[in-house]
Write a protein that binds this ligand. Sequence first.
Ligand code: R1P
Ligand code: URA
Length: 242
Amino acid sequence: MYLPILEVHSEELPAFAIVCGDPRRAEVIARKLDGAKELAYAREYRTFVGEYKGVKLAVVSHGVGSPGAAVCFEELIKGGVKTLIRVGTAGSYSADHPAGSLIVSTAAVRADGLTKQLVPDGFPAVADSEIVEALYESARATEGIVKKGITVTLDVFFSGVVEVPHKQYKQAGVLAVEMEIAALYVVAALRGARAGAIVALDGYADADLAAEYDPHTNVVAGAVEREINAALEAIAKLADPS
Ligand SMILES: O=P(O)(O)O[C@H]1O[C@H](CO)[C@@H](O)[C@H]1O
Ligand SMILES: O=c1cc[nH]c(=O)[nH]1
């Protein structure tokens, strides 16, 4: 089957995939694979395949924001991918986990617009528990702070005149904010796949992002490297749970 948006044939896709926003991050991840091969680079969707510890996987970028990312998740699942792990970045809600920390998302608040058009209000966006455990275990084997808990998925990045209720999310115990995890969990639930996500924190979400946001520091690069290794190890464990 030809997947017209990713511009990939389903026959070339394995059962596991790592997904990330940035096409350059996809390339960085692919460099860690044996026999890595780029299948396509269409729009923001860059697709690689290769092997990690003998497990075949795809690495695919999904761009910024839930609608575009959902297109990617839908086509991957249509193409036979059964396990999807997002390796992303996010803003923190607590000084207990500053920039450079890792968060494994157990569930996502659906503060996006896309999933409202897929499922009714109240439908949860939840990670697969085996993926959460595999990611958490692998991430804790790396140096640095690792937490697991609820994240929130927003559409807005730079705020306008409407106040984003960061304070309420924070008071309710949400750990971090990003822009695609809820879409991933809802699409996976609808289409019979399993999904999880790990994010590297790049600053504080409720600060003025326009002035403060800098995802290109050495601290963030180190955390991204750690989460990539954790996701690859998690896939190796999930493929061979013995
Ligand atoms: O680093 P990625 O995976 O793109 O994730 C985060 O970074 C982007 C915002 O800069 C959004 O896509 C957000 O979810
Ligand atoms: O969506 C995002 C991603 C990184 N950092 C944030 O504060 N928000």
